[in-house]
Design a protein around this ligand. Structure first.
Ligand code: PLP
Length: 360
């Protein structure tokens, strides 16, 4: 059994980052034309960056090793030391990127509330500091779309445009953390470009819903991306024969968007299955799964955090991997290596675990 066979046979719902490269990706990697990308001479990286810029409707794009680096580069580009950066309070750069905004950029992150990731223009207005020597300057708004910790929720295009207007009126730049922007756009039935064009900078992950093994793209104006390249170098993100991984990224960018519909359909089927289980055991108050907007389902057992442990363990015994996130529930993330059989297996394991652990 190869590593990828082993990965596929386990139903791994922990994240959409766990996918193994497809045979087409491996083949592209083996055949990739490469050069030294720190000398800006890697033709495959150039091709990926050009395709990314085109898909995102921006002048230029830069290949980076991770979404975390893409976010911190975008923030460093658009906020100075001592500036204030508005970040949704459960957003990835605020919660999960090691405090890079403060640590690396030296800007002050200000968490702002939202309705499940959908920041309102009124909230942004409320949080923009007046111009006064006492206050930090508010220079950047970051929007995450789809929103991971709110369960893969989508910030609609109309809302994105309203946020753009507020930013323009108050001199703020807008960074779109679109690690899963293709999922959001697919769910919204809008072109990815339409979302990306709203932002000054936009990052997308090649290694999440799109299924590639490594890397992100950051896109923006040519001037912004020239500067981003310099910041990436400072952070140690200049990669030499990066065409080897960019080749897989190209396959992900071309093919990945085509399988998102099935991922979202499976997420929907799974959530419906959870609601059936809750109904069957008459525990709708205690076992919940909101209808997913994209590729994530958070299964909540709201009455008791500790109730997750036996269920997570029972699932693991059935080769179903999942993580429990404190306060949010068990997160099931759908990706192209999750099959209908995996969905059935997960539901069967949850039904058994519920029968054993919750009924009493
Ligand atoms: C919304 C969002 N942004 C950024 C990142 C960071 O990406 P990476 O893991 O490639 O650093 C993640 C990772 O899960 C994410 O969910």
């Amino acid at each position: 059994m190869t590593t990828s066979d082993a990965l596929v046979s386990v139903a791994d719902f922990r994240s959409d980052t766990v996918t193994a490269p497809t045979p087409a990706m491996r083949e592209a990697m083996a055949q990739a034309k490469v050069g030294d990308d720190v000398f800006d001479e890697d033709p495959t990286v150039h091709e990926l960056q050009a395709l990314g810029a085109e898909r995102l409707g921006q002048e230029a794009a830069l290949f980076l090793p991770s979404g975390t680096m893409a976010n911190v580069v975008a923030i460093a580009l658009q906020a100075r030391r001592g500036d204030e950066v508005l970040l949704e309070e459960a957003s990835h750069p605020y919660l999960f990127e090691g405090g890079g905004t403060a640590w690396i950029v030296g800007a002050q992150p200000r968490p702002i509330p939202s309705d499940r990731g959908r920041i309102s223009p009124e909230t942004v207005l409320e949080y923009i500091r007046p111009l006064n020597d006492h206050f930090p300057r508010t220079t950047l708004l970051c929007v995450e779309n789809s929103h991971n910790m709110h369960g893969g929720t989508v910030v609609p295009l109309t809302r994105m445009r309203e946020l753009r207007t507020v930013c323009d009126e108050h001199g703020l730049k807008l960074h779109l953390d679109g690690a899963r922007l293709f999922n959001a756009a697919h769910a919204a039935g809008e072109p990815v470009k339409a979302f990306a064009e709203v932002a000054d900078t936009v990052s997308i992950s090649l290694a999440k819903g799109l299924g590639g093994p490594v890397g992100s793209l950051l896109a923006g104006s040519r001037a912004a991306i020239t500067e981003a390249r310099r910041i990436r170098k400072v952070l140690g993100g200049g990669m030499r024969q990066a065409g080897v991984i960019a080749a897989a990224g190209l396959v992900a960018l071309r093919e990945g968007p085509t399988w998102l519909g099935e991922d979202h359909r499976r997420a929907h089927d799974f959530a419906a299955g959870i609601r059936e289980i809750a109904e069957h055991f008459d525990i709708e108050e205690r076992l919940e799964a909101a209808e997913p907007e994209t590729n994530m389902v958070f299964v909540r057992l709201p009455y008791d955090e500790e109730a997750y442990t036996p269920i997570v363990e029972a699932l693991a015994a059935q080769q179903v991997r999942v993580i429990a996130l404190p306060g949010r529930g068990m997160r099931f993330v759908f990706h192209h290596q999750i099959t209908d059989e995996h969905v059935r297996r997960a539901l069967d394991a949850i039904r058994d675990a519920v029968a054993k652990n919750l009924r009493a």
